[in-house]
Design a protein around this ligand. Sequence first.
Ligand SMILES: [Zn+2]
Length: 284
Amino acid sequence: MNFWEMIFLNVKSTGSQLIQTHRLEAPQGSFMEHVEVVLIGDGPFILFDAGYRECIPEMLSWVEARTGGVLEKLVLTHHHFDHSGGARAVCERFNVPAYAHPLEMGFLEEEQPGLPVLPIREGEFIESGDMRLEAILTPGHSPGHLSFWWEEEEILLGGDNILLPSTTALVAPKGNLGDYLDSLEKVKKLAPRLIYPGHGPVLEDPISRIDELIEHRKMRGVQYLEALDAGHDTPEKIADLVYQDLPERQKDLGARVISLYLERFVESGEVACADGRYSLTGPL
Ligand SMILES: [Zn+2]
């Protein structure tokens, strides 16, 4: 085996030469430290996500340098501003439309009126040369959150669902815990070899990360039920107890996540709600 074959095999085993990523540092005060944008193909190129508005110049010059200025389309995994903030700039610079799931299009229109967005639905394909990536609807973080599955290489562009080391923010009303857990199972069934996430490094052992995330959510659920059992009867009081070491702003976010868990427990009958106060319906 010569040197170049070794390099090629190495790329084959860990990733793909047809996928390039670029990390953009988040502006000060953001929840996340950075966000990834992903370019696929070797011409025509397709860009997945466009980063923060504050990062537009850096993002555009990276895309320009890697594509020679020829981009075919922009695809948005979901509408959140850390992924779509640069969308208009990409569409204008490269004269391309953006694609997103129909459930995200309304949110995008609210936040960026007039952005040219076309629909892409579950089961439809994004193609570039020999690459065919299937759109997989993976809601929970956002109602129309899409992941993209490159079956031949068993690689998933996973958006914000499966991250390392952070966990995915689930915030009502657009976030949904049940949908999120179903999406984790859905991705687990695909059995991806690699996941390129929206934030953080490429996941090289996605299945064990998915299992960890499922366990983490279960563990949080138990913690919240125990807090309820101890008399903390609102999401805010539970957050005060469980997240006592976190700054106020993150505690507020925590309380919103806890509301999603409590809603789910109310649906399953484990918890009752009266006048905004929650209680267990039976012993833990
Ligand atoms: Zn997001």
